[in-house]
Every structure is written in C-alpha cells, then in structure tokens.
Design a protein around this ligand. Structure first.
Ligand SMILES: *Cc1c(COP(=O)(O)O)cnc(C)c1O
Length: 454
C-alpha cells in the first residue's frame, strides 16, 4: 500500500518490532504491515492515510451504538474520578456493578435476574463451564460434567472458550478441546445440507443433540451451549425447524441450556437477545461485546432464578476475576444500555433498519457470484460460489479473501469466513448508510468475479 503519511510507516515499524497481533500470521504481518486505524465516528473509521471506511462489522460485532458517543467517555471519566477500581471479592460491592446487574436483569428474558461479571466473552464461557459443573455437584450429580457444543461454533479463545468452540484450526494448536467437551454438527444448510431441504437438514442437525446425549448417557451431560446464530462461524442462521426441534429435545432431558449471546445480545437481532428472537429459554446466557458497545472490555453470565436457587445452597463459588464488574466498565455498560433503551435503537432495528438492510442485502442474490444471501436483524452473510445451482465453490482460489481485500480498498469492511462474506454493522446505521454498504458490496462482488475469471 502506498503511503501519504510518514507516520504510517513509523506505526507499522512499531508493529513489526514490538507487537504480536491476535489471530494473525506474525511473519506475514511483519512484511505487509497493518492498516492503522486512527479515529472513528458513527459507522465510519478513518485510517492513517486518511481513507474513510464504512465499518460493516461494528469493530468485532461490538460497537452497537456506533463510534464517538461522548456520553460513554463522560461516564468512564466520571467513574474513574469517583472510584476507579474496587473489587467484588470478600463481601464488598460498588454501585456501578450493582446498578448494571439490575439494568441487565430488566432487559433479560423473564426469570433471569442475576449476573456474574467477567472481563470478556471468553471469561464468560470459562465461567459457564465452572458454573455448570458446580451446579450439578451441588445437586448431588457430579457426574454431569460433559458440555455439548457444536462444530464451527465460536465461544472465545481462552483454553475453555476455544475448547467449547468448534473451530478445528484452533483445536489443532495446543491439544484442544480439554476433556469433557464434545461437539455435534452445526445447522449450516448451505455448506453441509447436501440433498436435504433446509427444513429436513434443520431437524437432522437438531437430532444430533439427542443422539449425543443418549450416546454419552444423560447422567454424564451437564449442558448444551450454542449461539442463537453462529457469528464467527459465518453468520449461520439455522433452518426454521432447528430451534423448535432443539427445544423439544432440551425439554426431554435434564440438562442445562447455555445461550452464548455475545454477538446476538443487546439488540443485534432486533430483540434484546437472540433467545427472545427464537423464543429460547436458556438457563445461562453469556454476554460481552454489545454490553459496552466495545468501548471498554466487559463480559458476564446471566443466570436463571432456578439455577441461582441451587447455587445459593452451594457455599463458596471459587471463581472470579480481578476485573469482574470493574466499576469503569460497569459505568460504561450502564450508559450504553441507557442509550440503547432511551433512543429506542433496538426497536428501530426491528421495525425499520433491519428489514431494510435484509431487503437490500437480498438484492445481491442476482449477482452471478452469489449462491445465497441470508441474515437476521443486523447480521448478514453472502455466500460466494462458482455455480449457483449446485453451490459449488471456487476451490483453492481464496474468493473470500479476494473480496475482503477489494472491500478494504474500496472503503468497506466486510469479513470473510472462507468464501462467506459477513456483515454486522453498528445498530445505528441509517438507511442512506445501508444503501452505501450495498452499493460498495456489489461493486466489490463485481471486482471479485472479474478477478476470479481473469
Ligand atoms: C467474541 C465471542 C466470544 C469471545 O468473546 P471475547 O470478548 O473475545 O473473549 C464468545 N462467544 C461469541 C459468540 C463471540 O462472538
């Protein structure tokens, strides 16, 4: 990339000399140098070369209320001056964490009124694993240890998080998953549905849960964990038959259900939680990302009343983080929820902007490179294929990466998961900004097709 700003080179040198970046090929990044993002406002980012970029991913799915909201900066600064830090260990607490727990309970599904705070979504899922096993031990069923998860689910990058997740490329590094975590197939019809209809495939994928419970023995199974819609796996919206069938199976067996709401939570589907959207009744929900709109790290686990009742009988829960419920993060989270509520951002997503985004997105279905467009709320996926009818891919061409690079260079951030292009824009995106997103996406699809055929 040619540079207009000498500072870009300096920052890239700092990266090369001192920084190890997450989920990156260190050597390759050293040679290429990262794009330096310097500031942001609304749905737009600016890089150090002065390029303006529409952020179709809301950072990493997190910047729900958009960039540059002074209120969150003010809330952080006020809290830092008043009480920058104290912990929740040893029978102490502080107002921001307590007020945030209440604010989350107010928007959470009925019967979910307690929150355990963590510093991230991964820590939230580590907490889930420990809570589930603690719960069954208290109930006198300590053998119910195994957690069933799904292939290509994403639950974070700590050892437990990456184990719960079903990303084989993550498991391959470091002998994961840890014992006691098993994976069943995902409800990804476009990629794996074969000759089945989406509805048939949805039932089949759900039945894999029952099969696995019976294979392990229900006395050994503690919980099933799943994202309502898989995010990092490629915005996989399950067939309509999937969640109803899963609910039927969960009702039959005495195991806990954990909804990982780290992406779906806080309005992304047009409801407060993905569990509201699909009418799921989780026992535990992992949250992070949209909780603070990414302005500051925070995560947590929302716990159903019946589960809390059992935990209350269990004595000490020997688990927690120095930054559990950090007062500054909590103050920012509170202000973020206030903005989402008072500005009716979630309602607007549901009734206005998400229907418009989904309609415009589906117009891309006519593109020769596009095999399927799907999405819910402010989540979308575009499947790149060689043959629309057979769903055949451009094997070994890296179509997704080619498209992602064209997007980057044309002022749009879309992410590529294999040959699936995905979007998850800030919830505050306007009609005009959606038009711009679609226009840029179409242009980049054209450029990608040209490049693949050239
Ligand atoms: C991002 C993500 C996580 C992990 O959250 P971190 O804050 O990165 O640790 C967990 N689950 C889902 C569904 C996620 O998208």
């Amino acid at each position: 990339m040619s540079s207009n700003n000498p500072q870009t080179r300096e920052w890239q040198a700092l990266s090369s000399d001192h920084h190890l970046a997450p989920f990156s090929d260190f050597k390759q990044l050293k040679e290429k140098g990262p794009r330096i993002i310097t500031n942001a406002k609304g749905v737009y980012l600016w890089d150090s070369e002065g390029n303006k970029i529409l952020d179709g991913m809301a950072g990493l799915w997190c910047v729900a209320i958009g960039y540059g909201r002074e209120e969150l900066a003010d809330a952080a600064s006020k809290q830092m001056r008043e009480l920058p830090y104290y912990n929740l260990f040893f029978q102490t607490a502080h107002p921001p964490a307590l007020q945030l727990a209440k604010a989350i309970s107010d928007i959470a599904p009925e019967g979910m009124n307690h929150v355990f705070f963590t510093g991230s979504g991964s820590e939230g899922n580590d907490t889930v694993l420990r809570l589930v096993r603690h719960y069954w031990a208290i109930k006198g069923q300590p053998s119910k240890k195994v957690i069933i998860s799904r292939v290509n689910g994403y639950h974070g990058s700590t050892v437990a998080g990456a184990s719960l997740g079903g990303m084989t490329y993550m498991h391959e590094q470091g002998d994961l998953p840890i014992p006691g975590i098993v994976h069943i197939p995902q409800p990804y019809w476009f990629g794996e549905g074969g000759d089945m209809t989406p509805d048939e495939f949805g039932v089949w994928a759900a039945e894999q849960l029952e099969k696995k419970i019976l294979e392990l023995g229900v006395d050994n199974v503690g919980a099933f964990i799943a994202e309502p819609i898989q995010g990092a796996g490629g915005v996989i919206v399950p067939p309509d038959t999937y969640w109803p069938k899963i609910k039927e199976i969960l009702a039959k067996y005495d195991i806990l259900f954990v909804a990982d709401e780290v992406i779906c939570g806080f309005g992304r589907t047009g409801e407060w939680f993905g569990s509201d959207f699909y009418d799921l009744k989780p026992d535990l929900m992992t949250i992070a990302k949209g909780l603070t709109s990414g302005y500051i790290p925070m995560g947590g686990v929302i716990v159903r009343d019946e589960v809390v009742r059992v935990l209350n009988e269990g004595g000490d829960f020997n688990h927690g983080f120095t930054y559990s419920g950090h007062p500054v993060a909590a103050a920012v989270g509170l202000e973020n929820i206030r903005i989402l509520s008072e500005e009716k951002i979630v309602e607007r997503v549901k009734s206005e902007t998400a229907p418009y985004l989904q309609k415009r997105l589906r117009e891309l279905s006519d593109h020769p490179l596009v095999g399927e467009v799907r999405g819910v709320g402010m989540l979308g996926a575009i499947e790149l294929v060689k043959d629309k009818a057979t769903r055949e891919r451009y094997v070994g061409k890296g179509a997704g990466m080619i498209c992602r690079t064209f997007c980057f260079n044309n002022g749009l951030i879309m992410r590529a998961v294999g040959d699936t292009m995905i979007i998850s824009p800030p919830l505050v995106i306007t009609f005009a900004e959606i038009d711009e997103l679609i226009e840029k996406a179409r242009k980049c699809l054209d450029l990608t097709l040209e490049s693949l055929q050239g």
